[in-house]
Design a protein around this ligand. Structure first.
Ligand SMILES: C[S@@+](CC[C@H](N)C(=O)[O-])C[C@H]1O[C@@H](n2cnc3c(N)ncnc32)[C@H](O)[C@@H]1O
Length: 262
């Protein structure tokens, strides 16, 4: 059984509407540089979308994935709880998908979602903002075809723990190391405060075994796992130690899961 994923000790809102302008400023409707260089190629590689396939994108936000699926002649249906981000998706990707306001942890209540099963479901940098996952995957199971697959791209939970990880410099050994202060304990971390300090979203840290367990509990098995370093941002002459650390530590993780054999 997966362990409980979050605590509700702090009172930060879980709505992304309050930070929609900030997110659109950072990511736009085409995705941030990290989306375009790393996360979207990784997701497409694992998904291998085929013409005519119907893809359900959970926590789609402004739906940066939509043009890529349309280009491959698939159909994307995005669901997100933030009306402002869905509005941005509808404006930017007209004719390239359907974008619905809804809570992915209660997919049975997203009434605009058609009943025909989907060929695949995707989480593009959204799963760590969604809670609880048990309900999400249980609902998803009912929406996926028997041969359906789930593709998840997230920041690597072993190396990126919100507020609990980062780079460090070892003077004696002249090397850049990755520092991880906490890992096994699931965390619910308030994030991205606006200028007035009131609105914040939550990010949920869970150890890798949690994802394996919660998928298995819903009847899915992981068949592919990829660990991918972040593409370094352009800057003046990184040192060999920096370059080595950047290629050595995978800051992104991709998973593909399918239904377990009955
Ligand atoms: C980091 S953003 C990623 C958005 C998009 N996938 C992207 O890559 O730009 C996380 C998204 O998850 C959505 N989200 C979080 N919890 C949700 C829930 N329970 N139901 C639907 N969307 C949710 C937020 O509204 C937000 O748009």
């Amino acid at each position: 059984m997966p362990r409980a994923s979050s605590s509700s000790r702090t009172s930060a809102s879980r709505s992304w509407d309050a930070v929609a302008e900030w997110y659109l400023g950072w990511s736009g409707t085409r995705g941030s540089i990290h989306h375009r260089r790393t996360a979207i190629p990784l997701l497409l590689d694992l998904l291998a979308p085929q013409p005519g396939e119907r893809i359900l994108d959970l926590g789609c936000g402004p739906a940066a994935l939509a043009p890529y699926i349309a280009q491959r002649r698939g159909t994307l249906v995005g669901v997100d709880r933030s009306p402002k981000l869905i509005e941005a998706a509808r404006r930017a990707h007209r004719g390239k998908g359907r974008f619905l306001i809804g809570d992915v942890t209660a997919l049975d209540r997203v009434t605009a979602l058609e009943s025909a099963p989907f060929d695949a479901a995707t989480f593009l940098l959204s799963i760590q903002d969604i809670d609880p996952l048990t309900a999400t995957f249980a609902g998803l199971r009912a929406r996926l075809a028997a041969t359906g697959r789930i593709v998840i791209v997230m920041v690597h939970p072993c190396f990126r723990v919100p507020r609990q990880s980062g780079w460090g410099w070892d003077e004696q050994r002249q090397l850049q190391f990755r520092r991880v202060d906490r890992y096994l304990t699931p965390l619910s971390v308030p994030m991205r405060s606006t200028a007035d300090g009131r609105a914040a979203t939550r990010s949920y840290h869970r150890p890798l075994e949690y994802y394996v367990g919660v998928l298995a509990e819903a009847g899915f098995v992981i068949d592919t796992l990829r660990e991918v370093p972040a593409q370094p941002v352009a800057r003046d002459s990184p040192s060999p130690a920096q370059r080595r650390a950047e290629t050595e530590f995978p800051l992104f993780l991709g998973l593909r899961a399918r239904r377990a054999a009955p």
